[in-house]
Each structure stands twice: as C-alpha cells, then as structure tokens.
Write a protein that binds this ligand. Structure first.
Ligand code: AMP
Length: 183
C-alpha cells in the first residue's frame, strides 16, 4: 500500500489556504486553488494518487461536483481510465438516478447517469472529492455508484475534517482514504 511521505504531506498541506468565516461565520474554508496553481504541490499530489491507485485494478474514477472533477479527471487520464461526473441535481442530460442527503439546513441532491459505468456488473470505481466534512455528499455518491450495479471500492479525499466524524461514518460503507487529516 502506497502511503504519503512526511515531505509530500508537508508540500501538499502548506499549499492549501485557510479562509476564515467563508462562506459563513465559524467555517474555515479549505481553499485548494492555491494547491492547483502550485505546480510542485499539484504534481506531488497527482503522482501520489497515481502510485497508490495503479495497483487497485480500477475501471472508473468518479468525481464529485465540482472540485472532485479536477482531481478525478486528471487521475483518470494518468491511469488510462474513464471519468464519470457525479453532479448536483438537474445538470446531467440523460436518464439519471439521484440521491438526497442532509445539509446543516435542508437537503441537497446529487445524481449520475444510469449507464455511466458501462454494462459490466461490479465495475470497480474510485470516488474522489477535495474534502470530506460531515460525509453526507460522499455517502450519497457511494450509494449512487453501488445502485448503478458498479462497486465503490474506495472514497478518496485530499482533505479530511476528522473532527466531524464523516470519515468514520463513511467507513461503514466503503474504504476511505484522506491524504491530509485536519483534527
Ligand atoms: P460534506 O458532505 O459535509 O462532507 O461536505 C463535503 C463537500 O462540501 C465537499 O464537496 C467540499 O468541497 C465542501 N466543503 C465542506 N466543508 C468545506 C470546507 N471547510 N472547506 C472547503 N470545502 C468544504
């Protein structure tokens, strides 16, 4: 199993910018745009993901709307795999299945094309997003992947807010890997 070295972890972690009280008071927003425009940090991250997941015998990478698309699409190309977007409700043009999940106030919904993972039963899928907080979004994404007949083999995040217990809840459903854990 390929794990992140301390040097790699520091390069990635120091490239992520904390924005206090965004989008509202009390939230520390993890801004990954400063990781993406830093070619060393972005390169270290993508190389690490490539080294880890090349052994997983994956069929598809599924990225969560919208920042999961950036890492997921790049990784899919590196691994010579197809990429599948899991989108917010109402954005995908063909037949979809959707899943609702709870937000702090209210609900949100994500969806995927019904045929996104091809005809092969049990296609092996990695779900990727920039960050896991409560885990609601990723849980819904893993559920959707499994409902299509494919299999979510792991959910991967650049950042895990481990003080929120989202990671622990998601581990009941699938394997979870987060590179940078915020305690
Ligand atoms: P959750 O469903 O609570 O795990 O929220 C995860 C989603 O919300 C991800 O798509 C993140 O991009 C976004 N998100 C939640 N909290 C933050 C945060 N503190 N900084 C940046 N993005 C966040």
């Amino acid at each position: 199993m390929v794990t992140l070295s301390e040097t790699e972890r520091q390069i990635i972690e120091s490239s992520i910018r904390d924005i206090k009280d965004f989008p509202k008071e009390g939230i520390v927003f993890k801004d990954i745009t400063t990781l993406l425009n830093n070619k060393e940090a972005y390169g270290v991250l993508m190389n690490h993901l490539y080294e880890r997941y090349k052994e997983y015998d994956l069929d598809y990478i599924a990225g969560i709307d919208a920042r999961g698309f950036i890492f997921g699409a790049a990784l899919a190309q590196m691994l010579h795999l197809g990429f599948v977007p899991i989108r917010k409700k109402g954005k995908l043009p063909y037949t979809t299945i959707s899943e609702k999940y709870a937000l702090e106030y209210g609900v949100d919904e994500i969806e995927v094309h019904i045929d996104a993972f091809g005809k092969k039963k049990g296609a092996r899928v990695l779900v990727i997003d920039d960050l896991i907080a409560t885990g609601g979004t990723a849980n819904a994404a893993a559920t959707l992947v499994n409902q299509t007949g494919a299999k979510c083999v792991e959910c991967c995040f650049v950042i895990g807010l481990s003080f929120l217990e989202g990671i622990e809840k998601l581990k009941e459903k699938t394997e979870v890997y987060s590179l940078i854990e915020v305690h």
